[in-house]
Design a protein around this ligand. Structure first.
Ligand code: OAD
Length: 240
């Protein structure tokens, strides 16, 4: 099969992952109706600077709940398969929209975190990462240096993505021979444009998702299944 031959001989492979790759670890996705994080809240009520301005403690608590949840889950077979692919392919980069650190926990070394890192806390004013902040009971806690509110080091709607991460993500997509888009609804920009950019630059695009997305029609290959099932199967089939 062409996909298998291409993966076997590929030198530069890029991957974009979304919440779907962490679903089988027990981390809720955003837009899946049954388990989605947005089921009981609206994104604009929680993941925007305005929401934090208006209800800092609600926003802080929601992220504290997600931090707690994510600190207790393990990478699943999908994350592990991607870490294995990195060891089998000369240049392999995972660009993730996820903030759960599960790719790194699974052993992936070359990971670009487009939307930040849930476990990191930063000063709202200075932007500096605050390592040893203490829960003082005040919610949200204040920056020990300047006294301003602390916030999660994640990208909120309307905020720009970390510049260096975004630059290297575009470059990775541009150079890729094969681009895997895994577990993302491919809606939120600019991440959603990466697979299209790879396509325009001649990459073979493979989508892994149990459901169709705006990318499905244009992808060369779509594997309609769960990442935790499809990816280990793909590694076994291609590399034995
Ligand atoms: P979504 O919740 O929008 O989409 C999850 C995707 O994963 C859907 O297309 C599902 O069909 C698919 N999916 C579910 N289970 C899966 C599985 N086991 N294996 C593979 N795919 C599965 O999550 P994202 O696309 O990641 O941004 O959302 C993108 C961004 O929107 C997030 O990074 C976040 C959110 O707002 C910010 O917070 C800035």
């Amino acid at each position: 099969m062409e996909l298998i031959d291409r993966l076997r001989s590929a030198r530069r492979v890029a991957v974009l992952t979304g919440a779907g790759v962490s679903a089988e670890s027990g981390v809720p996705t955003f837009r899946d109706a049954q388990s989605g994080l947005w089921a009981q809240y609206r994104p604009e009520d929680l993941a925007t600077p305005q929401a934090f301005q208006k209800q800092p403690s609600l926003v802080w608590e929601w992220y504290a709940w997600r931090r707690e949840l994510v600190s207790q889950v393990e990478p699943n077979a999908g994350h592990l398969a991607l870490a294995q692919m990195e060891r089998l392919i000369p240049e392999f980069t995972v660009v993730t929209q996820n903030v759960d650190r599960l790719h790194k926990k699974a052993g992936s070394l070359n990971v670009i975190e487009l939307h930040g890192d849930l476990q990191q806390i930063r000063c709202s004013k200075e932007g500096t990462i605050v390592e040893n902040w203490v829960e003082t009971g005040r919610v949200p806690p204040c920056c020990p240096a300047c006294g301003d509110l602390l916030r999660p080091n994640v990208v909120w709607f309307g905020e720009s993505l970390p510049e260096e991460a975004l630059r290297s993500a575009w470059e990775t997509a541009r150079k890729s021979e094969i681009f895997l888009s895994i577990g993302t609804s491919t809606i939120v920009e600019p991440a959603a444009s990466l697979p299209w950019f790879a396509l325009q630059n001649g990459a073979i695009v493979l989508e892994v998702n149990p459901n169709p997305t705006p990318l499905s029609e244009a992808a060369h290959f779509t594997l309609n299944g769960a990442a935790g099932v499809v990816l280990p199967e793909l590694v076994r089939t291609v590399w034995g």
